[in-house]
Design a binder for this molecule. Structure first.
Ligand code: PMT
Length: 426
């Protein structure tokens, strides 16, 4: 029987992990606004200095007094105040915030943020601040799935680097069913804690990541490919970037990111790109699913289906990129592979770790539905050269990526300690 996914719960009663952190809690006008009260209370109990900012529509659902009482700070609502002070308090707040968390974020607010409209206090403060912005969307499933909302979310995530805390699937307030329920308070708290407490452990490190599945052309229209969507690789690259690394992503899928993305198609192109970057990299994570074989010859014209009953394709072996680099890697470089297995997960991953001379390998069982290829989640086993083995249950690919970089950062720390000096690039 399939085990239920483990629920992440953050126990904040026993300590104050967010002490000295200022959270600007933006509340926009949706029914989930009532949950902002719980969130405000939980953030404060976790030690954060919480300042609530409400849009005019949010006040249709809850009162400023609720948030003032729970945050123990005045709630800000008005953009234009007749204040004696020449500099409005909220501009100072926007500057001092460690994070701006908007929960709930309605479709309307998301659209304003994506286009830079600032016609109320909250949107003005977001634009005036350099703090990290996190949003927890909440809306009707059709509104969430509408191309306009999807496009706006993509702009916020990919261009502005806002963190979107994914809404959950369930029955929403109007009775419709689907994705659109605001994420649970526990998962919002976990995301905020991860953001505020994540250490810049990879500053001065150059991390090279591969993502997606290679395509090996048969003729101008056909290719041999695989099911990799690139999501795991993007999560790896994003996690390294968030920790301060200088990231280069080599991907078969085009994505817009704040770091350089080199788009390739075939295994040979990927090999060329990786080899060009490898020497100056401190760490390579090969998340890509690289085709082991390619057609020996590529037809320059589309192969006609009525030429014969059968089509025999002669395949030749592709270079094993990580295997070749495992032979030449320096002691100050970390090589991390992935192993996609449909059986014998640990045995096969361990054999690849050894054979390819890797520092670590992440095994994922691609025969399990809803993890591995194409999904937002994964469940993995992490094996290291020293013989350690750690299993991570099903969780988001980003959470897995963060865990992988905890291990990689610790390896760098130990390497530096051993050398008594900085290893890596000058
Ligand atoms: O992209 P997603 O949809 O998010 O899916 C993620 C994933 C399932 C593709 C990812 O988690 C994963 O498992 N990637 C590795 C897939 C794979 O090719 O595994 P492998 O066991 O065939 O290869 C082992 C390692 O050798 C991998 O690091 C691979 O990148 C590398 N390799 C393989 C063949 C080759 N010719 N050159 C290589 O460098």
């Amino acid at each position: 029987m399939k085990k239920p996914a483990k629920k992440r719960v953050t126990n904040l009663d026993s300590f104050s992990p967010l002490e000295n952190k200022t959270v600007l809690l933006g509340v926009s006008g949706g029914i989930a606004a009532y949950k902002a009260c719980d969130l405000a209370s939980m953030l404060r109990r976790a030690g954060a200095d919480v300042h609530a900012v409400m849009t005019p529509n949010a006040r249709q659902f809850i009162t400023p007094l609720s948030l003032t009482t729970l945050t123990r700070n005045p709630t800000h609502c008005e953009q234009y105040l007749d204040s004696a002070d020449w500099r409005p308090e909220h501009i100072d707040l926007a500057k001092k915030a460690d994070v701006i968390l908007i929960a709930p974020a309605t479709a309307d607010l998301i659209a304003k943020l994506a286009t830079g409209i600032c016609d109320d206090l909250l949107t003005t403060m977001v634009l005036a601040s350099k703090a990290k912005v996190m949003i927890a969307p909440a809306m009707n499933p059709n509104m969430l799935n509408h191309p306009a909302t999807q496009q706006n979310l993509a702009i916020l995530q990919n261009r502005f680097r806002y963190e979107v805390i994914a809404p959950e699937v369930g029955e929403v307030a109007c009775g419709d069913y689907g994705a659109g329920k605001m994420a649970t308070i526990e998962s919002i708290m976990a995301a905020v804690a991860a953001r505020l407490l994540s250490h810049q452990t990879l500053v001065n490190k150059r991390v090279l990541v591969t993502a997606g599945g290679t395509r090996e052309p048969i003729d101008p229209v056909r290719f041999i490919g695989n099911r990799s969507s690139g999501k795991m690789g993007f999560a790896i690259a994003d996690a390294a970037y968030a920790r301060g690394a200088e990231v280069t992503l080599i991907s078969t899928v085009e994505v817009e990111r704040a770091y350089p993305v080199i788009v390739v198609e075939t295994a040979q192109e990927m090999q060329e790109a990786v080899e060009l970057e490898f020497d100056t990299s401190d760490c390579l994570v090969m998340t890509a699913a690289v085709a082991d074989f390619r057609p020996l010859s590529v037809s320059s014209q589309k192969i006609k289906k009525n030429e014969s009953e059968d089509l025999l394709l002669e395949l030749t072996k592709n270079p094993d990129i990580i295997d070749l680099l495992g032979r030449v890697k320096r002691k100050d470089q970390i090589l991390c592979g992935f192993a996609a297995e449909s059986e014998g997960l640990v045995t096969n991953a361990a054999s690849k770790l050894k054979r390819k001379n890797l520092d670590m390998i992440i095994g994922n069982d691609i025969s399990v539905p809803d993890i591995g290829f194409g999904s937002d989640d994964n469940a993995v086993v992490i094996l290291t050269q020293e013989g350690t083995r750690e299993s991570l249950p099903r969780m988001s690919k980003r959470a897995i990526a963060d865990h992988i970089f905890d291990i990689i950062s610790e390896r760098f720390r130990l390497m530096e300690e051993e050398n008594g000096a900085t290893v890596g690039r000058d």
